[in-house]
Ligand binder design. Sequence first.
Ligand code: SF4
Length: 419
Amino acid sequence: MDSERLMRQLQEAGFQVAHGRHAAGAKAVLINTCGFINDAKEESVNTILSVIAAKKRGEVERILVFGCLSQRYRHELQQELPEVDRFFGVEEFDKIVAALGGVPSPQFLTRRAIATPAHYAYLKISEGCNWGCSYCAIPLIRGKYRSTPVEQLVVETKLLAARGVKELLITAQDTTYYGMDLYGRRRLAGLLTALSEVNGIEWIRLHYAYPAQFPEDVLPVIRENPKLCKYLDIPLQHISGKVLKNMRRGINSRQTRALIEKLRTEIPGVALRTTLIVGHPGEDAAAFRELENFVEEMRFERLGVFCYSEEEGTYGAAHFPDTVPGEEKQERRGRIMSLQARISQQLNEEKIGKTFRTVIDRREGEYYAGRTQYDSPEVDGEVLIPAAGNALRPGKFYDITVTAADAYDLFGQQQALGA
Ligand code: SF4
């Protein structure tokens, strides 16, 4: 969304803006960087290097880099990557516009362009984070939690709906804390209800739900409100009590299990996405086995795994030696991912023969690619429908019957009319 807000600022200043990886021919390329963990940092640096190569070939005139990584390591990056014309921190949109010779428009600071397909958009409901997870530098970069008022988010959602957005993807560093700073209590349930009342919005999907002190009044809203996808992205990171304590997650093993049971009981059929971190200090062989058993037992619908990396300035870096060797971390990650691939295949096969309301995202070669309410764009699987014999339109919803499945995607056919 930062990129989308900057794009809007640039458009207001009269620039032509394109989003994507194709830099050739651009007068200036702007790169938004992420500093969350090593993998994300590497991806950001690789992107910068590829644009530097394009600049050296004469395909790009200027390179401007902004975002979290740039904010934290501006001086190091300036020295390492002198081909970059300028580095900016987070939310320095006005300075970027000015550096390009434009005039910033502060009145449009909360407005944004949409870089996603026209029918879905991310809605960031707050900025910053009040937790202090041992491994995470985000609070150092983004600061304390600041909720955006409900009324402002409703206005933004109405503007998105007026432009054809039908699916809202709710994000924040931590969505479940929403409201505490502003209203003195958690108000995620009320916010979701208010957003669901916006005409034109058909699906609302909740991401980054921090598990500790989970606001349980959200559960009946997801269960009963037809616009709320029966989907929850809840990063658990681990299950071993010792590792959770070292991670400073504010939740223990027993509470984590109780929460998952509650989610599955109170929202029947909910698809749970989680992320885990392997190789955190304290994760000995027994703790890793506990994590593997947990994944096997819980059968999460979606799961991603990161390897721990020591981040400068974090509690983890100051208090724990990074004891698990890199190769061992990769090996553990691989083991969880293969276990999850088997679970995911089984869960997908259980869908064969069933019909799901599916939104079409795009046509790709011989297929249309769509998603059910159980799949978020870019991170989850897709439903692939042969283009031959089906005339489907991106952004529209269809009833699709699943005919085959692999570990990641489903294959389907449009349900015959009148069936
Ligand atoms: S909840 Fe933890 S992992 Fe997420 S942004 Fe906050 S400190 Fe980082």
